[in-house]
Design a protein around this ligand. Structure first.
Ligand code: C2O
Ligand code: CU
Length: 508
């Protein structure tokens, strides 16, 4: 069987493969549904190649929509990190990979070529796309083997700040990530300039390989000594440790603090900074020295603008902030929350000496905006009313054996095919009640949908990734309007690989 496909229409020759794969790989999934009392002749999963998926895509397609063509290759690359050189894996030879820009309503056609020596896929994080293009090996497609290629083609419905990355093994902890910016044709120009800021925790090519880090975590060994039994640095905001892994460097647009990325602008300009956390194990607290930030969007969707001194950005979250610039040279600092060290960028509107690599602006200790403070903008709130269906999502496990669970189940495998299945039906308003019974926070991410955080009945922000702190119970709602099989997982890569995954499964 070939490894590539070359159809111009998404999903055609992959469909047979996907369907067989889904059935072959999905024994546990179907079994779990049956065991859950569905019975013979009862609900059946709507797979990635189901007619409903193509149907939903047809409704998203706009007549005359522009088609954006991109070639996207993953392969080995070498990057400079100040005085160090790191051999890594990257898209298009750069870290972050080349930013993709489309307009809402456009069709993205991305030809992915796998130049790695491991199978890979591309996941389009946060996009409400057709299920067979979601890039989850073993769930929505067969992984693309080394040397193979795959054509991703889908309508991009919603404007905002998104990104893409692989969805298997530990590939995300290398340099394989890039922003996907979806412009809003109807957005009034409320800013003069924009800057995409991608944060990451970095060891690849300069520190311990991720596979060894995972082996150490599983064996209960360091270097993940940022916490262990409650010792080490903690984050008050996260009510626990910031992560499990110590990284030698934290990067902003793949630059270390000694050689920071610089945005040149003019005093008085309003800039929109799109902050994206592509790290595997590190949340960041972000502040711009000498300025307050106004948060305008999270995970692509608008919120009622809220001003603060800093913003907390957990793994896979995005926050767009608007700032009116003063005159001078200012440090943009992303402090690794609950860890030591930080990433640094520079905003320069006048001559002056660059900020010190260890700059710590006072704003970091000011008011920190988190998702729980935000309210969805009027136009994007979900219709009010009680849910049609509620699922409990209990987050469990811990660093003992490094097994992380959802509802008591862990799926530990390189392919992300979860055992815990949460059935939903198309058209339902679905509520997930997430309860964190562990001692760490988890940035929980749902594929294919942008849910809404319930703030005790008030409309919290629309999001696709949400921090759930230890002991916290978070309620999120979404409208089941995108049929298929969708991952729900922790975006701490090591927790995910340690099993903290479930599948939201449309059934008919
Ligand atoms: Cu950003 Cu399932 O991932
Ligand atoms: Cu987690």
């Amino acid at each position: 069987m070939g490894t590539g496909r070359s159809s111009a229409v998404g999903g055609v020759d992959a469909a047979g493969l996907s369907r067989r794969r889904f059935i072959a790989a999905g024994g546990a999934t179907v079994g779990a549904l049956l065991a859950a009392g569905c019975g013979r002749g009862g609900p059946r999963p709507v797979g990635p190649s189901a007619a409903e998926v193509a149907e939903a895509e047809r409704r998203r397609r706009r007549p005359g929509a522009a088609v954006k063509e991109v070639a996207l290759s993953a392969g080995p690359a070498t990057i400079a990190l100040a005085d160090l050189t790191a051999a890594t894996w990257a898209y298009g030879g750069t870290v972050p990979g080349p930013e993709i820009r489309v307009r809402a309503g456009d069709v993205l056609r991305a030809r992915f070529t796998n130049g790695l020596d491991e199978a890979s896929t591309v996941h389009w994080h946060g996009i409400a796309l057709r299920n067979d293009m979601d890039g989850v090996p073993g769930v929505t497609q067969r992984a693309v083997e080394p040397g193979g290629s795959f054509l991703y083609e889908f309508a991009v419905p919603d404007p905002g700040t998104y990104w893409f990355h692989p969805h298997g093994r530990l590939q995300l902890d290398r340099g394989l990530y890039a922003p996907l910016i979806v412009e809003d044709p109807s957005e009034p120009g409320a800013y003069d300039r924009e800057w995409t800021v991608v944060l990451d925790d970095w060891a690849d090519g300069i520190g311990q390989p991720a596979t060894e880090t995972l082996a150490d975590l599983r064996a209960g060994r360091g270097p993940h000594a940022d916490h262990a039994g409650g010792g080490g640095p903690r984050s008050d905001l996260l009510a626990g440790p910031g992560g499990d892994v110590s990284y030698p460097l934290y990067l902003l647009n793949a630059r270390p603090p000694k050689d920071p990325a610089v945005l040149d602008a003019r005093p008085g300009e309003r800039i929109r900074i799109r902050i994206l956390n592509a790290a595997s194990d590190t949340p960041f607290r972000v502040a711009l020295g000498g300025h307050r930030l106004t948060v305008t969007h999270t995970d692509g969707f608008p919120v009622e603008p809220l001003e603060g001194d800093a913003v907390l950005v957990a793994m896979s979250e995005r926050y767009d902030v608007v700032v009116t610039l003063g005159s001078g040279v200012f440090p943009l600092v992303a402090r690794a929350e609950g860890k030591a060290n930080h990433a640094l960028g520079v905003v320069r509107t006048a001559p002056g000496s660059p900020p010190a690599p260890d700059a710590r602006p006072a704003e970091l200790a000011g008011r920190v905006v988190t998702a729980a403070d935000l309210t969805a903008a009027g136009g994007v709130t979900l219709p009010p009313g009680p849910p049609d269906r509620t699922h409990r999502v209990v987050l469990g496990g811990g660093t003992d054996r490094y097994r992380w669970t959802i509802n008591g189940r862990a799926h530990e495998a390189e392919e992300h095919r979860p055992d815990e299945v949460l059935p939903v039906r198309r058209g339902e308003k679905v509520r997930l009640v997430m309860e964190n019974r562990t001692t760490m926070f988890h940035p929980m991410h749902l594929h294919g949908h942008t849910f809404q955080l319930d703030r005790r009945g008030a409309p919290g922000p629309r999001k696709d990734s949400l921090v759930v702190r230890p002991g916290q119970r978070s309620v999120i709602d979404f409208v089941a309007d995108n049929p298929g099989q969708w991952m729900l997982h922790c975006h701490n890569l090591y927790h995910q690989v340690g099993g903290m995954m479930a599948l939201v499964s449309y059934v008919r």
